[in-house]
Design a binder for this molecule. Structure first.
Ligand SMILES: N[C@@H](CCC(=O)N[C@@H](CS)C(=O)NCC(=O)O)C(=O)O
Length: 249
């Protein structure tokens, strides 16, 4: 979609094609699209050009500008559309929210990624995504190799599988303990950080069939499962219509 064909302040969200079990199989795309819905910002999806100016997905076009990175997009959108859902938090609460978000996006994400691509060899992909990007569909070993080198550079790929899965377990347990009986991470109302936490948890709850974490969502982490359903019901009343189950793999 040409940026010029889009009106003033209309956001185009560029992301991978819809998934079978969640609308977005990228935690960062699910975060950003959930945020757009939370903020009531009009947007259009573009599924044809998922990789943005920084070589990652998602990204947005806003008023002719291309912006990469879900958090930078979110912060620009908040400024442009004068949205601030975290304003009621104390500075300490804001610090806690930020720490949880960074843990989810910069630590737990890597656990999810290496499970999806390395330990599980990308074999869950056909179960969760219908119309895979060419590179993912036909060049799975190449993608697996790329994830291996990224994970090694990041550091997580240098640990044993047992160590990594234990790290993820501790992250998820920390989120579950902090959420406790609350409706949303920081209280009764959903705010920006919930988009990020939901984006990540949804990948583990719905998009990681066979993951050792999955059974815990029906036991110790039942509050995380209820939280994901609450976010889904609040911001995605059209969730099922957004799924893309019909196409053959
Ligand atoms: N910090 C970025 C992370 C985006 C990201 O890592 N996206 C992944 C998909 S979930 C990606 O594009 N990976 C492709 C690659 O690294 O080559 C954000 O918040 O948008």
């Amino acid at each position: 979609m040409a940026a010029a064909s889009v009106g003033n302040d209309l956001v185009v969200l560029h992301q991978l094609k819809r998934g079978k079990l969640t609308p977005c199989i990228s935690p960062f795309a699910l975060k950003l699209e959930t945020y757009l819905r939370m903020a009531g910002i009009p947007y259009q999806n573009d599924f044809e050009h998922p990789m943005g100016p920084k070589g990652k997905t998602p990204w947005i076009t806003l008023n002719g500008k291309k912006i990469g990175d879900s958090q930078l997009c979110l912060e620009l959108l908040a400024e442009t559309f004068h949205k601030d859902f975290s304003g009621r938090l104390s500075v300490e609460e804001k610090a806690v929210a930020r720490a949880f978000q960074i843990m989810a996006e910069d630590h737990l994400y890597w656990v999810m990624l290496v499970w999806r691509w390395i330990y599980n060899g990308g074999s869950s992909l056909p179960l969760i995504q219908t119309d895979l990007h060419f590179a993912v569909r036909y060049l799975r070993p190449v993608v697996v190799g790329r994830v291996k080198s990224q994970a090694s550079a990041q550091g997580i790929g240098r640990h044993s599988q047992t160590q990594v899965m234990d790290m993820g377990l501790k992250d998820l347990r920390a989120i579950s303990h902090f959420l406790g009986p609350k409706l949303f991470l920081m209280g009764d109302q959903p705010i920006e950080v919930d988009c990020a936490i939901f984006g990540m948890l949804a990948q583990i709850l719905w998009n990681s069939p066979g993951s050792p974490y999955r059974p815990l969502f029906d036991g110790e982490w039942i509050n995380l499962k209820m939280y994901c359903h609450r976010m889904k019901e609040t911001f995605w009343p059209d969730w099922n219509q957004c799924l893309n189950p019909a196409q053959p793999n």
